[in-house]
Design a protein around this ligand. Sequence first.
Ligand SMILES: Cc1cc2nc3c(=O)[nH]c(=O)nc-3n(C[C@H](O)[C@H](O)[C@H](O)COP(=O)(O)OP(=O)(O)OC[C@H]3O[C@@H](n4cnc5c(N)ncnc54)[C@H](O)[C@@H]3O)c2cc1C
Length: 452
Amino acid sequence: MARCFGERAILPGDPRYEAARRVWNGMIDRRPLAVLRCTGNEDVRAALDFAAEVDVPVAVRGGGHSVAGHGVVDGGIVIDLSPMATVTVDPSNSIADAGGGTQWGGFDAATQRHGLATTGGLISHTGIAGLTLGGGFGWLTRKHGLSCDNLIEAEVVCVDGRVLRASPEENAELYWALRGGGGNFGVVTRFRYRLHHLGPNVLCGTIAFAHASTRDVLRRYRDVMATAPDELAAYMTFGTLPDGERAIVLTTLYAGPAEDGAGWMERLRRCGTPLADLVASRPYTDFQKSLDGSQYAGRRAYWKSSFLSGLSDEAIDMAITCAAELPARDAILNIERYGGAASRVPPEATAFPHRDSEYLINIMSVWDDPERDGANVGWARESWAAMAPFVQSRSYSNFLGDEGQSRVREAFGVNFDRLATIKARFDPGNRLCVNQNIVPTSGAMTNIEETK
Ligand SMILES: Cc1cc2nc3c(=O)[nH]c(=O)nc-3n(C[C@H](O)[C@H](O)[C@H](O)COP(=O)(O)OP(=O)(O)OC[C@H]3O[C@@H](n4cnc5c(N)ncnc54)[C@H](O)[C@@H]3O)c2cc1C
């Protein structure tokens, strides 16, 4: 194996090993047998063969952003796709092909050169791979659907070494499973996306309101969004401003002509009295990096997340209670409105089922000092328990920790049984078990601990 990968195999004892085993979440401390940096399908196939030969689990790493740390595994093989980050745009057909190790920053830069974009994540160093395979929410979700709704083809290296193309015409079951079922079915080395005209400048930015006005601001936000067009995306975040002041911050983007969006921005401003208003027309690629600041790799993170069918006054009041004291400067409670194009896709049309949930609520702590682990994890868990009466029995696989099989079932909902059947076809021995794992009936390889 080392002969086949040469310098691209990073083993314990190699000076690069400590950095190579790290993922975005600094809480994750796992020691793989080897990190194999793959440059193409042949490498991926060789890595899978080697894992089978020594009978160890495989972690596939796209961007390494899984909060559960699914980009690395104790005692197993990491298939690190970071060298595969080429993006090729075909502007005349509005499609882009991107390698499995591409990050959204690179993808957006390449597509925006042609005035094109697709739904992608809010942080530029998140991997396109994990995000798309689990669904994919972003500023363009209401206008153009989830990232997985824009996936029109994928190239997959299967655990048995076959390289398959998955599309509506070829391997349609696999194609269906890849759009929301996560990394359970094979290693995706190429993603082909449908693109849409956008930018280069878009009307977007943040508006901060005083923390004391949160109740009124959230109620008005809910009312504005109830009649908003698909072009308008707006999220609400309980957080702390750079000067230390607590605030409720609205982050928004209008995915259409600025002149059409101006009136909607004005309605959002009138949700309260702005402390700061940074909404302006600016390059989409800048906005896509504007939230990167506190989200750098290596920080400690613990999240709880679920869907809400609506935003009742009682749910707003409980969110205010939960966010009254935040355990860290960068801890946030965040409420995101969806609907629009993503909600017009039937729940069984792709593996991602939660189409009619209107809101996503995220309780997210990010901090640096390990001595503050208890306070941060405790706050997220207590807040989560307090919000329980208002959330649906659903979860978003991309925001899940290792929270047990019942939460995995909630993530895949009505599609779980069909996904389990497809898993049994493509990975019967569960070699790809370092993910929100759908256990095939025939195998149960796992060494990831549950951390509720
Ligand atoms: C700071 C931050 C911001 C985020 N913002 C958003 C957001 O705006 N919208 C949103 O929807 N989600 C967001 N997420 C969640 C994100 O979608 C998930 O963490 C996603 O899994 C990240 O993908 P990745 O490739 O970076 O992660 P990785 O940790 O590399 O992989 C995650 C999972 O996908 C599998 N996988 C990765 N690559 C492949 C591949 N090529 N083939 C097969 N399986 C693969 C892995 O096995 C693993 O199970 C964010 C996460 C973070 C940490």
